[in-house]
Design a protein around this ligand. Structure first.
Ligand code: HSE
Length: 297
């Protein structure tokens, strides 16, 4: 009646797939302990590592589990303890890790009445609370692992994609906070057809490359014609960090989720570490404090 979980960090968008594509980091994330209790409802008993609301209705994990419990008859409840390691507003799915972890864990304690797609829908309610937008491109990879695609939102349909075996991610987080809601408010609602054509070519190309494990093709597809130009002014040294990653041999790079973290994808862990070093050098030169992670996908 108690479980301890790893709640992975995720990279949403992956350059060409705004709000639809995401990937899961195997070794970066939070921890969570969930206990079944005789008291009904959801109680967030403790959060360590960050100052976040304990009141269930104001907490992303609480809201996601409450949505889930609304769907079943229960005379029991759950107590959740969150050990936060992912900083909120860092762009690697902090809220998604909590929302996805909570629904995944509660589903296990309930003997798995819900499908993964249903869990994604519940976790999205946590995302809505966090950013005002119920996007699934962080919660889906957190729940399914590897790369995922949100094929559609209405109705919700989430697909797990293939993950090339040698693919690693580097993520650098300049120590500023960018709220997803703010990063979404800078995006224009209309896009020129020419840009859309480039973007969906790149997205389809990237999905194909994930299956054929064609690293050169992955590299040619990691571009964002639409959102990155609007958001990159929010991120210090963005273009320099991208150049440094490329020179170190990374396949490509971009804004992680809504930023300010910048991700790079590399073939092999050694190249991912070289990219990390080069990206970190840029921030050292600029005097920007940062965190950096290298993780298998
Ligand atoms: N797709 C979302 C966005 C992800 O870019 O706003 C937020 O983490």
């Amino acid at each position: 009646n108690e479980i301890k979980l790893f709640c992975p960090a995720t990279i949403a968008n992956v350059s060409c797939g705004f709000d639809v594509l995401g990937l899961c980091l195997e070794s970066t994330g939070d921890e969570m302990i969930i206990r079944k209790t005789s008291q009904k409802g959801v109680r967030i008993s403790k959060i360590t590592g960050q100052e976040l609301p304990l009141e269930a209705q104001k907490n992303v994990a609480g809201v996601a589990v409450l949505a889930m419990l609304n769907e079943i008859e229960s005379d029991f409840g759950f107590e959740i303890e969150i050990i936060k390691k992912i900083k909120p507003g860092s762009g690697i799915g902090s809220s998604a890790a909590s929302a996805a972890g909570a629904v995944y864990g509660v589903n296990l304690l309930l003997d798995k009445p819900f499908t993964k797609n249903q869990l994604v829908a519940f976790a999205m309610q946590g995302e809505e609370l966090a950013s005002g937008a119920p996007h699934a491109d962080n919660v889906a990879p957190a729940l399914l692992g590897g790369f995922t695609l949100v094929k559609g939102y209405e109705p919700l349909e989430v697909l797990k994609l293939n993950t090339p075996k040698e693919l690693f991610a580097t993520v650098i987080h300049p120590q500023i906070e960018v709220k997803t809601a703010d990063a979404r408010s800078v995006i224009k609602q209309n896009i020129p057809l020419k840009k859309a054509i480039k973007q969906w070519g790149n997205l389809a190309g990237l999905v194909s490359a994930l299956y054929t494990e064609d690293y050169d093709l992955i590299s040619r597809c990691l571009h964002d014609e639409i959102v990155e130009p609007m958001r990159s002014p929010l991120i210090p040294g963005f273009h320099k960090v991208k150049e440094a990653a490329k020179e170190a041999g990374a396949l490509g790079s971009g804004i992680s989720g809504s930023g300010p973290s910048i991700f790079a994808l590399s073939k092999g862990g050694e190249t991912a570490k070289k990219a990390a070093k080069a990206m970190a050098e840029v921030y050292k030169d600029f005097g920007v404090d940062y965190d950096i992670h290298v993780s298998k996908i």
